[in-house]
Design a protein around this ligand. Sequence first.
Ligand code: URA
Length: 426
Amino acid sequence: MSAFSAVEIITAKRDGGALSDDAITWMLDAYMKGEVADEQMSALLMAIFFNGLEPRELLTWTDQMIASGERLDLKGLSRPSVDKHSTGGVGDKISLILAPLVASCGAAVPQLSGRGLGHTGGTLDKLESIPGWRASLSNDEIRSQLEDVGAVICAAGQGLAPVDRRLYALRDVTGTVESIPLISSSIMSKKIAEGTNALVLDVKVGRGAFIKTHDRARLLAQTMVALGTSHGVATVAQLTAMNQPLGRAVGNALEVTESIDVLRGGGPSDVRELTVALARTMLELVGLDADPASKLDDGSAYATYRLMIEAQGGDPDAKMAEGACKDVVLAPQDGIIQSLDALDVGIAAWRLGAGRARKEDPVSAGAGVLCLARVGEFVEAGQPVFELFADDDEHLARGRDAITRALVLGEEPVPHEPLLLERISK
Ligand code: URA
């Protein structure tokens, strides 16, 4: 006879009570063993969605998620390790630039990433548009690439916090994704299990982010920083604006090409600004004194990028895919761009074929959107504002339909919106 009953645990949380450490440990363990059913775990997740978890409960919940699998051991590396996690935005290709950049400054960057779902693209999908590139590495390959090159971006192995995969799948179909304790424990259990010394969280706020308000983003950031810190991972969060897409390119191969522009010292100024700011914070956390901006300008970051891609079988000189069907969207009238809705642009890129609706769907490497103007710019009637790419006419028509909603023109000058909103540390 077990000392616990799933129903008692569910009802205790449903009624606003706090769960004991033993009850949490039992529940997650029994769920992994198949002794607690999906419908019972779903009910508990919904109770947590409404009633939250106290700090002690959240710590235990996260510890048990970590304990459900293996931990990567990065202790033997000669470089300090530091990672970055973004909560996901449209045109967010920062990881592709940041990992080799921070490695070129002397750190080891273990970026264990995922694939995209919905309107935000996944880092692995972007890199998989490079011919030959391989996302799956063994733990030994990860460690030796970190020692030799300094940067790895690869698929998070099945062994890290495996209970998260099952909980996330349940949350996805039960309306319980948007819960701060559940998001925090999901993200941080995987990052802590990855074994990094330090972590910078890029928490996106705005129309293209899954957290829409500054206050909720701050709470999420504070919760994740507290979890990282209490597990010995030096953690800082940066809240950043995600109302318009980052940079010009949204789509897999298009974003790789734009990342290379930034790695070679050019590219859109917002992408460079955010990359350099996050790199500075990462270096500060591990005590390395280097100037990341100069590593973009002198070619060191690009050289490390090439090594990182080649180490995983990719050809950094390969011609990137470009959708066979193209279209240009023109401004319907003169005006100042009042908004360029990141969510609408993300949905357009997704409909063009760059994203997936279900995890098993394929993505197109060459589909996507180039945003040719930014918020606050004046455009004339007939001036190109978007370029669309798709593999066939049907996807092109679907993307064109979605993109028309993204652009709002007006007469008023638009005040500049800062990209870096707030830094949260312990
Ligand atoms: N990303 C995750 O890994 N987990 C969440 O719960 C939300 C975003």
